[in-house]
Design a protein around this ligand. Structure first.
Ligand code: MG
Length: 250
């Protein structure tokens, strides 16, 4: 069942979203070659405490960190550790925060220093696929209109869409109904209504769409070793265009 939020609940989610967006913006400025992924997680922990918010991720299903850092062929759920970030890497940063009982969830992929033209294009297309999905998230649309828009945007530009992981409803729980696949034909699934809050999160690969999970049982990588990018925003279905609750100026 999709939980429709009241104006007051959305106001709280707006605050959670602002914390998430602001910390992700800080992280995307702070990330540098030579840092470890653990150091990046430390910044997230410090910033979160400064806002008086708590982590959506830490302890979720046993996840050991506050931030997911997924580098190059890693798609999602990368665990911060001793890995040193290098010039030319692309790093997907996924972050969630709880404010007054409500979650915000967002992700972005950043290039570290100079990245290849193909990597640059992957980042642009993944961000564009997210925007294409958000653009059709309006009252009266079907859920799978979002999925179809994301898939069409990415595949028509020569990239593939991860299928085994999806976006999700979000609110008092990080993962609420409905799951939001990033592929599918339009016109299916629940009809969107004002007050629904969704985390849309395309994961796009340069190579094939298939994935595997590393031996740490968390980190998801592309099966063929190709680069992958991940952009995510939490939105609220509004009267017309959706409201992005995790927006930052770029
Ligand atoms: Mg999410």
């Amino acid at each position: 069942m999709i939980i429709v939020k009241s104006e007051g609940e959305i106001a709280t989610m707006r605050r959670a979203g602002m914390v998430v967006a602001s910390i992700l913006k800080t992280l995307s400025k702070e990330i540098k070659a030579g840092m470890t992924t653990h150091e990046l997680n430390d910044i997230a922990v410090t910033e979160l405490a400064r806002y008086g918010a708590t982590s959506s991720f830490k302890g979720y299903g046993g996840f050991p960190a506050t931030l997911c850092v997924s580098i190059n062929d890693e798609i999602v759920h990368g665990i911060p550790g001793n890995r040193v970030i290098r010039e030319g890497d692309i790093a997907s940063l996924d972050f969630g925060a709880i404010v007054d009982g409500f979650h915000g969830d967002a992700a972005l992929t950043v290039g570290v220093g100079n990245i290849s033209p193909q990597a640059k294009q992957l980042l642009e297309v993944t961000k564009g696929a997210l925007e294409a999905g958000i653009a059709v998230a309006r009252p009266g649309a079907h859920l799978s209109d979002i999925s179809a828009a994301v898939q069409h945007y990415a595949e028509s530009r020569g990239f593939s869409v991860v299928r085994e992981y999806t976006g999700h409803g979000i609110g008092r729980k990080m993962h609420e109904d409905p799951p939001i696949p990033n592929f599918g034909s339009p016109g299916h699934g629940p009809v969107l209504r004002k007050g629904m809050t969704l985390a849309i999160e395309p994961m796009i690969n340069i190579g094939g769409w298939k994935t595997k999970v590393k031996n740490n049982h968390w980190t998801v990588v592309t099966a063929d070793g190709s680069l992958s990018a991940h952009f995510e925003k939490t939105i609220a279905i509004a009267d017309g265009e959706a409201e992005v609750l995790t927006a930052w100026d770029e």
